[in-house]
Design a protein around this ligand. Structure first.
Ligand code: HEM
Length: 196
């Protein structure tokens, strides 16, 4: 059996730019967002709940972006031309990210790929992965703002598999913490050297 190739998904490879943070720094960041072993357990549970709902989740998120021209903008060339190939390629990696958020150990490879995702939103690396001509940079204010929709919209999906209210809340809180932590990691290229 061969593993299907996900174009541009470079997790764990030498293509990924290493994180500027050490694993010790990363541990302190986890503490700052109150992320602990219970959250790891709840994320594994969320992975099992979400695995067969990925396309439905992505339909909600892409529907949200698609209904706001100022957000679709980042998938265009800036002159109103949308690249559907770009949208489709990013969507596939976005689906993988949901599973990675839930199932991967948060180790050096994960930390490095988190940094890589930040670079891919920033002018340092945006568009390079898919060899696309598109606007060069996702503005930072929207990176932070997206924490809300990416978190709030996941809850109904977490509640779809018959788990108790306590379990759904546990999965939701773990997801929320992970997304906040990831956006914090993704902010590295956006802030002045030494300020991160
Ligand atoms: C919580 C906030 C966000 C999350 C969780 C998120 C998630 C992701 C993920 C997982 C990828 C693919 C990474 C990979 O290549 O493996 C991606 C790429 C991308 N996202 Fe986001 N994103 C967020 C904010 C935004 C915002 C605000 C925009 C603008 C509307 C945006 C537009 C894009 C674009 C254009 C790409 C492709 C970048 C490239 O050229 O490689 N994202 N995002």
């Amino acid at each position: 059996m061969t593993t299907p190739v996900l174009p541009g998904y470079d997790y764990g490879t030498a293509q990924v730019t290493p994180s500027p943070l050490s694993l010790a720094d990363f541990e302190l960041l986890k503490q700052a967002v109150l992320f602990g072993p219970d959250d790891e357990r709840y994320l594994r549970m969320a992975g099992d709940v979400l695995a067969d709902q990925i396309d439905d989740v992505l339909d909600v998120w892409y529907g949200f972006v698609g209904s706001h021209p100022h957000l679709v903008y980042y998938f265009t060339d800036g002159q109103g031309n949308l690249s559907r190939d770009y949208v489709a390629a990013v969507r596939r990696r976005f689906g993988q990210w949901i599973l990675d958020t839930c199932r991967r150990p948060y180790d050096q490879a994960w930390l490095d790929y988190a940094h890589e995702i930040g670079l891919r939103h920033h002018r340092s690396k945006k568009n390079q992965t898919d060899h696309i001509v598109a606007v060069s940079h996702v503005h930072f204010r929207y990176m932070v703002a997206f924490i809300y929709p990416i978190t709030a919209t996941i809850k109904p999906f977490l509640a779809k598999k018959g788990h108790s209210a306590e379990e759904v809340e546990g999965m939701y809180q773990a997801w929320f913490k992970s997304v906040v932590m990831q956006v914090a990691l993704w902010s590295a290229p956006y802030v002045l050297p030494g300020d991160f």
